[in-house]
Design a protein around this ligand. Structure first.
Ligand code: ZN
Length: 104
């Protein structure tokens, strides 16, 4: 089940490295998909818009708010958003480390 329920968000960003700068008017949400499908779609969207520097597509677990609250320990930490964008999970650095060492 862990690989289900991923969405792809695409749109124009003020800063293409920061999902929070996405322009709501250009925002399109696709899915939910299985994680692999979502990644394939995000890649194709990025390729299709390769000429537009400000266009980005992100793969995100469905139903997650974009903030820095860790889903495991509920602490707020800067690394949570980075992990969300990179791995699709809202998890802080220390919980992620614990999960890597002791996989659930
Ligand atoms: Zn945590």
């Amino acid at each position: 089940m862990e690989n289900d329920g991923f969405i792809v968000i695409e749109g124009i960003h003020k800063n293409p490295n920061n999902i929070e700068t996405l322009d709501e008017k250009t925002k399109k949400v696709h899915g939910p998909f299985k994680r692999k499908q979502a990644e394939v779609l995000a890649k194709s969207l990025i390729q299709k818009n390769v000429d537009n520097f400000y266009h980005r597509a992100w793969v995100i677990k469905e139903g997650l708010e974009i903030n820095n609250i860790c889903e495991e320990c509920r602490k707020e930490e800067e690394s949570v958003k980075q992990n969300l964008i990179m791995h699709g999970y809202k998890i802080c650095y220390s919980c992620n480390l614990a999960k890597t060492i002791f996989p659930i």
